[in-house]
Design a protein around this ligand. Structure first.
Ligand SMILES: Cc1cc2nc3c(=O)[nH]c(=O)nc-3n(C[C@H](O)[C@H](O)[C@H](O)COP(=O)(O)OP(=O)(O)OC[C@H]3O[C@@H](n4cnc5c(N)ncnc54)[C@H](O)[C@@H]3O)c2cc1C
Length: 314
């Protein structure tokens, strides 16, 4: 091989797999804590998902800011929380996946306001609030996600939703710049929040009440009775259609116990898919299609996904 040809091969090799938007190597390749080809099944409650080309889990908001500044928008970013509402396809993602799930900061701002980082998990938030004799967040106790994920999903249960508690939000963009945003800047509805720009939730202030209406223990008992707690799932797969319940419709289609590959519909709750036996994302997607078809053919109702599906098929 001639010297010049050798040189071309070398240059190509350097750029292969660096995956930057402009084809140049990224600034962050040697960043401490950055992992390459991280299997995302390690970061989802379904324990399903192909690899992220790059994966980073900051210890705190400061580390996230520094990382984003260094990355400088050079690569597509996917932010996840605890992965409890995510189906990552088997082919994984070519992005930098940033998982916001760690210790984070939670503090009392005044007699009825709490600030929490997006990193904080929902159960910790509920416990912290009740330890300060503040109430209204008890429903978060059984939601196995982060505050960031709960904000992104407008997570809720037992007639409560997290955005009912929000006062203001701290946002971060892909350059690591932060700003405070008002609640009214967002278009929020049932399990749906529209973000207008390329930014993510970094934290939020929440207003709570002094009066306790429901007890955490009672809510957890109801969950235990009705849901397959302890199985690998993502909670409800579909949103409830207006004036109806997805689980009831699926139950009436006799879907409980139906399985495809390693994925199986729970015997306890027809809107939960369980990873029973090393399910692939494709098994889950096939089961989702079947559930939709059955409900549509019997009731002419189109079920809308609550679970977010990301990544490439194999
Ligand atoms: C057993 C079980 C029970 C459940 N029960 C409920 C329930 O009662 N009610 C309910 O609403 N949900 C429930 N869920 C679903 C899930 O826990 C919630 O949707 C939760 O809020 C998701 O949080 P997460 O951190 O896991 O987000 P992920 O699953 O990691 O991400 C969900 C979405 O949020 C985005 N996202 C995550 N963090 C951020 C951020 N900081 N900024 C911007 N976007 C972000 C992701 O990109 C993705 O689109 C349940 C799940 C399980 C497994």
């Amino acid at each position: 091989m001639s010297r010049s040809r050798c040189c071309i091969v070398y240059r190509c090799r350097r750029y292969i797999g660096t995956g930057a938007k402009n084809g140049k190597p990224m600034n962050i390749l040697n960043y401490k804590g950055l992992k390459k080809s991280e299997p995302l099944c390690r970061h989802t409650s379904w324990r399903i998902g192909g690899p992220a080309e790059y994966f980073f889990q900051p210890e705190n908001n400061q580390e996230l800011k520094s990382f984003l500044k260094k990355l400088n928008g050079e690569k597509n970013i996917t932010v996840i929380g605890q992965g409890s509402n995510l189906l990552v396809r088997d082919g994984g993602l070519d992005d930098v996946v940033i998982a916001l799930k760690n210790k984070g900061e939670i503090k009392l701002i005044n007699h009825h306001t709490i600030y929490a980082d997006a990193l904080i998990n929902c159960a910790k938030f509920a416990r912290f609030a009740s330890s300060k004799n503040l109430y209204g967040a008890e429903f978060l106790m059984g939601i196995p996600g982060s505050i960031g994920g709960a904000l992104a999903m407008n997570a809720g249960s037992f007639g409560c939703e997290i955005w009912q508690l929000v006062k203001k939000l701290k946002m971060i963009n892909d350059l690591g710049q932060t700003r405070w945003a008002n609640k009214d800047d967002f278009d929020v509805s049932y399990r749906n929040v529209k973000l207008k720009q390329q930014e993510w939730f970094l934290g939020a202030e929440f207003i709570l009440e002094k009066e306790q209406k429901i007890k955490i223990k009672e809510l957890l008992e109801i969950r235990k009775k009705n849901q397959p707690i302890g199985s690998l799932s993502c909670g409800s797969v579909f949103k409830n259609p207006p004036n109806n319940f997805a689980a009831k419709l699926l139950d009436e289609c006799n879907m409980k116990g139906v399985s495809i590959g390693g994925a199986c519909i729970s015997d306890k709750h027809a809107n939960f898919i369980i990873n029973k036996n090393n399910a692939k994302a494709q098994d889950v997607e096939n089961l989702i299609s079947l559930m939709r078809e059955q409900v549509y053919s019997k009731f002419k109702i189109k079920l809308e996904l609550e679970v977010k599906i990301i990544g490439k098929k194999c």
